[in-house]
Design a binder for this molecule. Structure first.
Ligand SMILES: C[S@@+](CC[C@H](N)C(=O)[O-])C[C@H]1O[C@@H](n2cnc3c(N)ncnc32)[C@H](O)[C@@H]1O
Length: 269
């Protein structure tokens, strides 16, 4: 659904989502929503609060909220945010996960003053301590971390591997530098939802979460306020459909269809 996620999420019925899976706009970086805004890490928690409250409301008690997150300037903000999510909204902080960026280019090490940041946080919160998870849904852990065959909380991934995005970028001429790799939602969608489950992506970007949800037979509702990105996401979904062979489920909903969709979600609770 095109539009502002802070507004649109308020229209989603209570307790109907199994997983909110996203890659939030990071603090201290451009937001890629057409406004080129940068939200400093000290303001970011305040900025995110209204959305966090809504995420908690739309999740089922068995649901989870997962996002990648980091800051270019103040890594410490992350711990303040996790504390706020736990103490104020009573989210259950499950287990730290990390995105290890496997294709990071180190530059000239001799001239570097600080360690290079090649790892982002992946925050996983259960809506309650009764969150649903099934690690048995994964049959090949090496896909996420080549160093292990057992469950891992270090995901080695690169957006370079996501062919549907690269093909769509070429076809549309639209670029998006804030994409996250398919492997991240791939893991969490499989372990935190069951086939037919509902995923909500408040920051669709290039469509990564929606593509992976469709690939695994999950429903995904998504918000994106930059129409250029919606066009790119639609093209990427088309390419992914050819690669993974699933039905084209990407629909840009009119206000009327969005209302009907919400009613059907509320009725199926
Ligand atoms: C970090 S990117 C998400 C990238 C996405 N996960 C992907 O793999 O392509 C954040 C996206 O959120 C969008 N966005 C930022 N603020 C928004 C808002 N208030 N409502 C809806 N979309 C927003 C931006 O346009 C951008 O495409």
């Amino acid at each position: 659904m095109p539009g502002d996620s802070f507004r649109l999420i308020r229209e989603v019925p209570d307790a109907c989502v199994d997983l909110v899976m996203t890659d939030v706009p990071y603090p201290d970086m451009k937001i890629h929503d057409g406004t080129r805004r940068i939200i400093a890490s000290e303001e970011w928690i305040e900025w995110f609060k209204p959305l966090a409250i809504e995420i908690k409301r739309v999740l089922k008690p068995t649901g989870s909220f997962v996002t990648t997150i980091n800051s270019k300037k103040d890594r410490g903000f992350y711990f303040d945010w996790v504390a706020w999510m736990r103490q104020t909204l009573e989210f259950h902080f499950v287990l730290p996960h990390y995105w290890v960026k496997k294709n990071i280019i180190p530059g000239s090490v001799k001239r570097m003053r600080f360690p290079r940041d090649g790892v982002d946080h992946i925050a996983w919160f259960g809506a309650t301590p009764r969150y649903y998870a099934n690690l048995g849904a994964i049959d090949n852990w090496k896909k996420y971390n080549p160093a292990t065959t057992t469950p891992t909380n270090m995901i080695y991934a690169s957006t370079m591997d996501d062919m549907s995005y690269h093909r769509a970028k070429k076809k549309t001429g639209i670029d998006h530098t804030g994409k996250y790799p398919e492997l991240i939602p791939d893991l969490f969608i499989q372990i935190l939802t069951q086939p037919g489950g509902t995923v909500l992506e408040p920051f669709l970007g290039t469509g990564t979460t929606a593509i992976v949800a469709a690939k695994h037979g999950r429903e995904c509702m998504a918000f994106e306020r930059n129409m250029k990105n919606v066009t790119l996401a639609r093209a990427a979904m088309k390419e992914a459909r050819k690669l993974y062979n699933f039905d084209d489920v990407f629909q840009v909903l009119s206000a009327r269809k969005w209302k009907l969709f919400r009613q059907s979600q509320a009725a199926s609770r």
